[in-house]
Design a protein. Structure first.
Length: 201
């Protein structure tokens, strides 16, 4: 399985790519996955750890060149994910015009909540998501502000490679990244229901 991450799907990030008029994505390996509220240990080679909160889709059907109108039949579960990356390394690579995947593909850099069946979700296109750090609310947003809808994202990536059962799609973050430090505690909420607690070590 693979993790596909979109990063220009909400205005705060998309505005930094004024000439790009289509979704941008990168891949993480499955070794990036962190589940069951296990702690995240900051790698010794990183310099400035940040994170973003994202809606995650788990694909449950094989597909290639998926038509947008059929995209919603390819998944039936969603979760929230904390996408962790080394901001300083990423910024340096971008400034130099070189690939920056090394800033985000390290172990356990994709913390994921339990998955929820979409039939239990009132409106997947308008979900409130919230992140708290050390009991302080830092981020509060809604998936309704997506630039590219979920069906557009699925149709777009399926042009480039086959989507397989179990693939995860991080759909982007509705707010800018926040810095992390040792002993921070993150709590994330979907529709005001806490679904993940992440300790930083």
């Amino acid at each position: 399985m693979k993790i596909i991450c979109f990063y220009n799907n909400y205005p705060p990030v998309s505005n930094t790519f004024p000439e790009i008029k289509h979704p941008l994505f990168y891949l993480k390996p499955d070794t990036s996955i962190l589940t069951n509220n296990r702690p995240f240990f900051i790698p010794e080679f990183t310099e400035e750890i940040h994170c973003q909160l994202e809606l995650v889709i788990r694909m449950d059907k094989l597909g290639k060149y998926i038509d947008k109108k059929f995209a919603f039949s390819y998944f039936h579960e969603i979760a929230l994910g904390v996408n962790i990356f080394d901001k300083k390394t990423q910024d340096t690579c971008i400034q130099k015009g070189v690939p920056w995947e090394c800033s985000t593909v390290f172990e356990n850099s994709a913390a994921i909540s339990p998955f929820y069946p979409i039939e239990t979700i009132k409106d997947i296109n308008s979900l409130s998501v919230k992140l708290m750090k050390n009991n302080t609310e830092l981020c509060n947003g809604n998936t309704a502000s997506m630039i590219y809808s979920i069906d557009n994202l699925i149709a777009h990536i399926s042009k480039y490679f086959t989507i397989k059962t179990g693939d995860l799609i991080f759909t982007g973050s509705p707010f800018p990244s926040i810095p992390l430090a040792i002993n921070d505690v993150l709590e994330v909420f979907l529709e005001n229901k806490k679904c993940l607690k992440l300790r930083i070590k």
